[in-house]
Design a protein around this ligand. Sequence first.
Ligand SMILES: Cc1cc2nc3c(=O)[nH]c(=O)nc-3n(C[C@H](O)[C@H](O)[C@H](O)COP(=O)(O)O)c2cc1C
Ligand SMILES: CCCCCCC(=O)C(=O)O
Length: 364
Amino acid sequence: MTKPLVSLDDFEQHALRNLDRNALDYYRSGAQDMITLRENQRAFDRVFIRPRVLRDVSTVSLSTTILGQHIASPICIAPTAMQRMAHPDGELATARAAERRSTCMVLSSWSTTRIEDVAVGSGVKWLQLYVYKDREATRRLIERAQDSGYTAIALTVDTPFLGRRLPDIRNRFRLPPHLTMANFVDQGKAQVGAADNASGLAAYVASQIDPTLNWSHVQWVKSVARIPVLVKGILTAEDARLAVDAGVDGIIVSNHGGRQLDTVPATIDVLEEVCRAVDGRIEVYLDGGVRRGTDVFKALALGARAVFLGRPVLWALNYNGEDGVVEMLDMINEELRLAMSLAGCISVTDITRSHVTIPNQPRL
Ligand SMILES: Cc1cc2nc3c(=O)[nH]c(=O)nc-3n(C[C@H](O)[C@H](O)[C@H](O)COP(=O)(O)O)c2cc1C
Ligand SMILES: CCCCCCC(=O)C(=O)O
């Protein structure tokens, strides 16, 4: 008899046995020594919950809103590239699972399924954006997303160059030839082939992505988009203030899952700093290392409106496609519901700073 999966880590263990080396290493790795990658998860263990008791938790609701749109839970899906390496149904399966659980999915610019094909059903969808050297190609992505019903653009700001991911260099990472970066098929930018002594991805980024990325690009994206624009990849109070000044609609506190600059802090360690700088003027979200309902609870207590899951979605896709992602979302949502119940919170707005403590850390 097969053992039931009981935690998000079990989905990863399945993928470790099941995925080919090229895809597994690409999905799993972080940059350089992977210090930030490990910290993202470990840092949650240094935050402790201060539960309140005797508060009638017979009915607990996880529902909330992001940018004014209703979602059933503050656990959403981060953009991850090339999901059809994990399962043949790739991004379409993820979108259907997100819709079944009434949560938000952010589609990567680098999806292996077209923006229009993922725009199925009525689920909340945002498009993650990379700024190409070819500005018209970038403009077309924004326009295609808004024409297809996506309700926000998440501009990734931490990737003017690709982080150095050693396993991908060793493997000479390439996108399997039966797959494409589907949004770019008509523009000759859809293949990521093997490169000599390098990750094919790093070579692609160096040739296509605009390394001059700066705040004027944020203004440009805002001028093209008729939908809200967020910045993904903010880690400091200084940049959070600049983001508010730039008029963006939200910030995703993210270190790209530890895949860009190694040794930057864990996201949960900088969340409060960013939230204080923002001071409620726009919504702040977090991704990176969220694997438990208690992690979600801690992020909400420290100021996040919602959190986004990256790798767990890929492991769940690989495990069982759309149903696998639903199973994974149900698991972490039930963990959150239990954490809220045992901490005396019946709605996400009940979760406050007073529900967590970080021993040995001076309060900001
Ligand atoms: C395989 C993989 C691909 C990713 N692709 C993208 C991407 O295309 N765009 C982006 O902004 N972030 C991308 N990310 C970063 C995620 O959006 C997110 O920041 C990160 O995975 C969160 O950390 P977690 O994996 O620990 O949950 C990717 C992450 C992984 C693991
Ligand atoms: C412009 C950088 C592209 C990176 C592609 C996907 C990604 O974000 C990753 O982490 O891998």
